[in-house]
Design a protein around this ligand. Structure first.
Ligand SMILES: [Zn+2]
Length: 154
């Protein structure tokens, strides 16, 4: 038997643009209002808590802030070629022959293969793994109403 804490707060959200290279419709730049939920499993501490809700909320908000109102660029994707061009990034997509030149400040360069909800959930989990002092947790990421991806210690 173990305890579980669920943090399901609409404030844990960010808006971002992205594209999925090989996808028919989603290969075009478009946006989502993402929403993060967390479940934390564990034993109770001296204060009879797994961890303080407020502390978790603050850490999640700090951890997703760099994604908010940005274009998410999956830097580990071999089809994406990026060159600095002054204040812009010139982005060439090998497979689709698309080319974008976008201000650097508008882009979140993220070390993932693709900006799918699955990879983004894993990425957010990896940031929180460093920052949350808990043994077992799961991140859920909502991309569209009813569409969730989850990653964590299942
Ligand atoms: Zn999308």
């Amino acid at each position: 038997m173990s305890h579980k804490l669920i943090l399901d707060d609409p404030k844990l959200n960010f808006s971002a643009a992205h594209f999925l290279i090989e996808h028919d419709k989603c290969s075009r730049i478009h946006g989502h209002n993402y929403y993060v939920k967390i479940e934390i499993f564990g034993d109770l501490d001296n204060n009879s808590m797994i961890i303080d809700f407020l502390k978790v909320k603050k850490i999640i908000l700090e951890s997703i802030e760099h994604l908010d109102h940005k274009l998410i660029l999956p830097m580990k994707n071999p089809a994406i070629h990026v060159n600095e061009n002054g204040n812009n990034l010139d982005i060439k997509i090998k497979k689709t022959e698309k080319f974008y030149s976008i201000p650097k400040e508008d882009i979140a360069q993220i070390p993932i293969d693709a900006s799918t909800a699955e990879c983004l959930a894993q990425y957010i989990y990896s940031i929180l793994k460093e920052r949350l002092n808990v043994k077992k947790f799961q991140i859920m990421l909502n991309e569209n109403t009813g569409s969730w991806a989850a990653y964590g210690d299942l």
